[in-house]
Design a protein around this ligand. Structure first.
Ligand code: NAD
Length: 494
């Protein structure tokens, strides 16, 4: 049985610099392996600071010309890009699934979310008309939204298309030249997006790609011409990128990791809740920042928990749940399960050692859905982001106790309440620390134009990565006051 169509030959990834695909000189090449099989499906250059400087140099004239085009003109190119994405949806979904280990359906959903962000950016020409007011007789004030110039985005492995598309459709439509540094674990989808950006007709240098790891990121953060940097990845790196960028006076928004809480009240709808909980912690094999990670069972919810255990046990890795990104991550997750058991948790469902049938998948990286019951708030499984299909169940006597556990987490990405009571739901909406809240929804990703972003160690910086506040991140407002008449009325103050 085949769950995904891997590339037929090894894909050589190149940087996209000034509209040309280039292999930077004298750099190491890294193998890109599919989590499904462990086989090499691509090779990616680890760009040095000099390679990053070349991309910035090529983006410089593009940024100057692009800012001089009108919003309407820029929007027309994005319309074409959106159409190309739809045309190639299946090919891109397979590519993203091949390198990230997602199911094809999950990869497709990520692309569709990227399309939604494109649609938000496409609507700006009609919705973001600015403000203009006669502030005194004969005197007007207005603001103009102006691009920053060259900006950059650094993205993680788990959404090879969606997370880059949280950023560049908006940044580019607002008139910036954008440099993408995709995860070195999933560079193939980024290259495919780059090809479509060229085919859509973006002028050379408006959209660039530099591949690599820490050295490329550090060079983007340090480069004086990179005006703003959006980052999405683990909290440790997000914190460091944010601090380094701010030190240099840059605008930085850095989204980090997560530990999301699913609060289950005794009056929750059993059918809806059990399925939503299972989907939340097993979707994308738990490798998403919106995955449910801790189930806070309030009072007596035993039958519902049993149903969660039963449904999760029925999931087959391969067709029902994708692979883990690499061997190191499987080892890390298996050790975390073993440590939780040693600390006193009951392994209610053990996914260790599970793999799909057939030799094809023997070299892949697998872990079946796993549930740790009787976890206590101070244990590692309750506090640390594990980033895999592992659910920790903490039993609490009251809703207030559940909120106390959620509030004590240093993260603050998402939290959900499952209840049939409006009052209980409202108490949780108001009481949680998380930036994104679900009511009877296990993965409360806000749809556009409601923006995406958490709090605490899940987000360093101000504002959100999509939606209305992203407009302020990728632009600056120029305020203009005009007076055309010498006769002003008494309300004029200067
Ligand atoms: P990661 O932090 O290892 O890597 C993210 C990016 O940073 C990659 O492009 C990588 O090349 C680069 N990088 C890695 N180490 C670096 C270093 N020391 N200095 C500079 N750059 C470095 O994250 P990952 O493993 O690719 O992705 C998983 C993490 O991302 C999880 O923690 C997950 O919760 C988080 N994530 C968060 C969100 C969100 O919206 N908050 C969304 C998706 C993923």
């Amino acid at each position: 049985m085949s769950f995904v169509k891997l590339p037929e030959s090894v894909v050589p990834c190149r940087n996209l610099v000034g509209g040309e695909w280039q292999l930077p000189r004298e750099v190491a090449l890294l193998d890109v392996r599919s989590p499904y099989t462990g086989t090499v499906i691509g090779r990616v250059p680890l760009t040095s600071a000099a390679g990053v400087a070349l991309a910035v140099e090529a983006a410089r004239p593009a940024a100057a010309q692009w800012r001089a085009t009108s919003l309407r003109e820029r929007t027309q190119v994005l319309f074409r890009f959106r159409a190309l994405l739809e045309r190639d949806l299946e090919r891109l979904s397979n590519l993203a699934a091949s390198e990230a280990g997602k199911t094809v359906a999950e990869a497709r959903a990520g692309l569709l979310k990227g399309l939604e962000v494109c649609e938000f950016a496409l609507s700006l020409q009609n919705l973001d008309s600015g403000a203009h007011l006669e502030v005194s007789k004969g005197v007007t004030c207005e603001f103009r939204r102006e691009p920053l110039g060259i900006v950059a985005g650094v993205t993680p492995f788990n959404f090879p298309a969606m997370v880059p598309m949280w950023m560049f459709p908006i940044a580019v439509t607002l008139g910036n030249a954008f440099i993408l540094k995709p995860s070195e674990k999933v560079p193939l989808t980024a290259c495919a997006l780059g090809e479509l950006m060229l085919e859509a007709g973006y002028p050379p240098g408006v959209f660039s790609i530099v591949h690599g790891g820490k050295e490329a990121v550090d060079a983007l953060v340090a480069h004086p011409e990179v005006q703003a940097l959006a980052f999405v990845g683990s909290s440790a790196v997000a914190r460091q990128v944010y601090a380094e960028g701010c030190k240099r006076g840059k605008r930085v928004l850095a989204l980090g990791g997560a530990k999301n809480h699913l609060i289950v009240a005794p009056d929750a709808d059993p059918e809806l809740t059990a399925q939503a909980v299972v989907d939340s912690f097993t979707g994308c094999a738990g490798q998403r920042c919106m995955a449910g990670s801790v189930l806070l069972a309030v009072g007596d919810v035993e039958p519902l928990l049993e149903e969660v255990f039963r449904r999760a046990a029925r999931i087959q890795v391969g067709p029902g749940m994708g692979a883990i990104i690499d061997r190191g991550s499987v080892d890390r997750l298996e050790s975390a399960i073993a440590r939780a058991a040693a600390e006193g948790a009951r392994v209610a469902l053990d996914g260790r050692g599970q793999r799909p049938d057939g030799d094809t998948w023997a070299g892949g990286h697998w872990l079946g859905p796993s549930i740790l019951d009787g976890v206590r708030p101070e244990m590692e499984a309750a506090r640390r982001e594990l980033f895999g299909p592992v659910l920790s169940v903490i039993r609490v006597p009251t809703l207030s106790a559940a909120l106390a556990v959620e509030n004590a987490s240093p993260y603050g990405n998402a939290a959900s309440i499952f209840t049939t009571s409006g009052a209980v739901a409202q108490m949780v909406v108001e009481g949680v620390r998380a930036g994104m809240v679900g009511v009877n929804v296990g993965v409360p990703v806000p749809r556009e134009p409601f923006s995406f972003g958490g709090t605490g160690e899940s987000r360093f910086g101000h504002g959100d990565i999509t939606g209305v506040s992203s407009l302020d991140f990728w632009t600056q407002l120029k305020k203009v006051t005009r007076k055309w008449s010498s006769r002003t009325d008494g309300s004029w103050m200067s």
